[in-house]
Design a protein around this ligand. Structure first.
Ligand SMILES: [Zn+2]
Length: 380
């Protein structure tokens, strides 16, 4: 019986480099010796990634098996790595990304990144996460470990994924040499260790600045991968909308991408930005020099009040909880400010008084009680 190329099994590479390297990785060596490694789906992906060149595929795959043990990729997949989830939580406050709870029309994993709302300082930050061993990881290290973790978690669900990168609110501040270097190392890592897992990469709400960055990033990318990438315009555009719907049912598509599903890939409050409400923020316009007052009954759980203004607007904020001033005349601009509300304030009335300090232009204010959706604000 003739085996089709897709079911052909590769064995480990026998070259000198691999033969010297394998013994440094006892689990990998044992797996190869017992025949458990490489697994058939892995071999298949690497073989396709190397366009059927079995010798090259065996070498690249063997190198990748060693890398997996060195990097601890299996532990990240199994969530047995103690830093997996806590590190991801820290990274979320810089870079909002998630594996969607819904799948594409063929059951593939949908991976969402809200890049335009990320904090680009992650690419050059020195101390981002202190791991279980007590060592500080810099931004790129912690971010890449989270990226590998998502790759592993996605691979456990389906062999392929559709990645949607939302560039909404992206500006020139997002394009730095450190940021581009980080994206390039991510692409290199994906091509090297996760070949043939990308079904499609849809970049939506892409501003012109992205085309400039993409021209740099695309250099050195495999043409097959490039063919899977689509740089699309606004999700309010009918053709972009139907492109997304070709992949994902409207009921499964996140609301911020023009679909019907709320609560996907939430943004850390400090990353909210722009001139539209993000993730259920309350909003109202404010005239130059005017004051707006919003009141609500605080829910039982203590919460943080986050306030920001649109770019054209600067405001001062007073917060009155249960009749007592909790915050007086705090200055707030487009960067979200957090006002923690004491646990004792639960179920009291909270009053937010916002005064425009810009004498020339009206603008918008946005506020939210973190962790609380569905709250009625009375605005006057
Ligand atoms: Zn080799």
């Amino acid at each position: 019986m003739c085996k089709s190329p897709s079911t052909r099994v590769l064995s480990a590479c026998g070259c000198e480099r691999c033969a010297t390297r394998i013994p440094n990785f006892p689990k990998t060596a044992a797996g190869i010796a017992s025949g458990a490694l490489p697994t058939a789906p892995m071999a298949d992906r690497f073989l396709r990634g190397c366009k059927g060149d079995a010798k090259k595929a065996a070498h690249v795959l063997t190198d990748s098996l060693c890398w997996r043990e060195e990097y601890g990729a299996d532990a990240l997949r199994d969530e047995s790595e103690p830093d997996g989830a806590p590190r991801a939580e820290i990274i979320q406050s810089y870079y909002p990304t998630a594996l969607h709870t819904r799948r594409d029309r063929k059951g593939r994993v949908v991976w969402i990144e809200r890049v335009g709302l990320c904090d680009p300082s992650i690419a050059s930050a020195k101390r981002v996460y202190q791991n279980a061993a007590g060592q500080w990881e810099d931004g790129p290290t912690a971010w890449l470990r989270c990226h590998v973790r998502l790759n592993e978690l996605a691979g456990r669900q389906h062999a392929e994924r559709v990645v949607i990168m939302d560039m909404q609110e992206m500006n020139s501040g997002h394009v730095s040499s450190a940021g581009i270097a980080l994206i390039k190392s991510m692409i290199a890592l994906d091509q090297r260790h996760y070949p043939e897992t990308l079904h499609a990469l849809l970049i939506v709400n892409a501003p012109w600045i992205l085309e400039k960055a993409f021209a740099i990033i695309r250099q050195g990318m495999d043409p097959v991968t490039l063919g899977k990438i689509k740089v699309l315009g606004s999700t309010t555009n009918a053709s972009v909308h139907s492109e997304l719907l070709a992949h994902i049912d409207v009921a499964d598509l996140p609301d911020f991408l023009g679909g019907e599903l709320a609560g996907c890939c939430p943004i850390h409050p400090r990353l909210r930005a722009g001139s539209a409400p993000v993730d259920g923020e309350a909003t109202t316009t404010i005239d130059a020099g005017a004051t707006r007052v919003a009141r609500a009954a605080l829910p039982a759980a203590a919460a943080e009040l986050w306030v920001r203004s649109s770019a054209a607007c600067a405001v001062t904020v007073d917060v009155i909880v249960g009749g007592a001033a909790a915050v007086t005349a705090a200055s707030v601009g487009p960067a979200p400010q957090c006002f923690p509300l004491a646990a004792a304030a639960a179920e009291a009335e909270v009053e937010l008084r916002v005064t425009s300090t810009n004498r020339m232009r009206s603008g918008a204010i946005f506020w939210t009680l973190d962790g609380v959706s569905e709250i009625e604000w009375e605005v006057e």
